[in-house]
Design a protein around this ligand. Sequence first.
Ligand code: HAS
Length: 546
Amino acid sequence: MNTFAVERKIAGWHIFVAIFALSLGILFGPLQAWEHMGWNTYPALQAVGLQSYYQGLTLHGVLNALVWTTFFITGFLTYVVAKSLNRGMTFPKLSWAAFFVMVIGLVMAAIPLLLNLATVLYTMYPPLQAPWYYYLGLTLVVVGSWMSGWSMLLTWNAWRKDNKGATTPFLALASLISMVLWQICTLGIASEILVLILPWSLGLVPGIDVQLSRTLFWFTGHPLVYFWLLPAYVSWYGMMPKQAGGKLFSEPLARLAFWLFLLLSTPLGFHHQYVDPGIPEGWKFLHAVLTLSVFFPSMLTAFNVVASLENGGRARGGTGLLMWIRSLPWGDPSFTAQSLAMIVFAFGGVGGVINASYNVNLVIHNTAWVPGHFHTTVGTGVTLTFIGILYWLIPHFTGKALWGRKWALWQAWLWTIGVAIFSQGLHRLGLLGAPRRTMLGVATDNYGTPEWLFPRLMTGLGGTIMLISFCVFLLVVIKTMRNKETAQVEMPVAEALHHETIPAWLNNWQPWLVGAVVLILIAYGPMLVQSIAQLQMTSPGFNGLW
Ligand code: HAS
């Protein structure tokens, strides 16, 4: 019997680094929330060796949004692919090499971050400039994650040779699509760093083209959010129905949702650049339409996942139009954390549609609304789902029983209550015109209004509750790792409700890949050609301002 010992080790190390990064990164969140409340957080920042609010903000964004997610996803999906195909990694050394490349990259990027030399925020927009080795470090993290994806694809290729004509199991297919989406979309940031930023930060060219850099960044920046989201969807579709005691309502529809993400995720980055003057409105309109179309696979997901949970609720004796919800396994921390993550995500998703609407975006762009949005999406829809996954994955990997189920349940509820208050505060502040990435405590004295006060307090209170929730999570993890009580926990794999034949087009990469490339060429090609033709490498770097 294959115990997947190697894959457990690979995934385990990725997840260890992910949790470590999250634990460090999350520390700076409450400091920002308390600053927004009006507290002087400089002494606390200095106590942890930081020099400014912006250094803390950069660390928070990079460690939480980029490092926690990328390490968790590559580790988790490596294991899911192996288990789902029921075969070990064909080239485990490639997966290990990928891990080490990512770790080396992380260390290279961490040094300037900690020395306050790379306080450029997680979006690293030029002309803010960091040392060249910061960018090289981030590039290595991305290259390592590509290598992880190649290892998964090579394993799948070997499986295909042994299973000619067979349909790829859902969990493996969904994981592979997530990794391929990542390979495609990171071409933007790879070109930005290699062609524009590295020569500029090395001093080989006198300046940089800010507009083109931003365009290449957002080429990756928006699909990046689906790279975060899809592994959560892997669990919502392929695992949670089983945890709920039910079955996946429609497997073909689930596959279609993943293919649609592959097709539609990349060609829509201009919705982050609606206010950028260098991009003609027609292109912004095209990207707005494509953004609203990528909303569609999330609606398919809402329908399919809720129907699967309903199937579970009814199988557990639930009745009525909505009363089946009460029969779901709310005593299971893994299930509860993920269900609460979904509910919060539904609000975040609706906020996303507001952001995508061109004229409304002009109201909320660059305001506190935006962090309000992303704490309900990546900050909860994704992060709380990953935490929920860890509540079965750690016992599954270690053979130790989950310590303190009640504590873990409290953790999930506290996070949800905390983020609800926190992001409500930020959304309100945004609508009142409070800018994002600003020390609101200080700014209020200069140009705030009295209406800012209550939502500022909400932000501080919600952030504090989230911090308490995270401390409880760490307690549960540490106590579980040291637990003497053993348990045999299986990876939950949901069966399909109807054993339908999967149509060939839902098991075939070609049309979706070709479609994705064609859409990218249409949505980006002419603008990129024009930007390159009018390249202006003129802007010098700014640093040392913080
Ligand atoms: Fe976003 C900005 C538009 C989704 C993350 N987004 C950001 C930023 C981040 C981010 C980090 O158009 C800030 C970037 C920066 O620093 O500048 N976003 C969207 C749209 C969607 C969307 C249309 N975003 C996400 C996801 C993220 C994420 C997912 C992370 C994982 N976003 C924008 C726009 C901006 C933006 C503009 C730029 C704003 C600006 O001007 O700066 C959509 O994909 C959302 C679709 C999703 C839904 C929800 C479906 C609901 C489901 C759950 C159902 C379950 C239920 C529970 C109801 C419509 C699937 C049942 C439970 C039971 C127990 C029964």
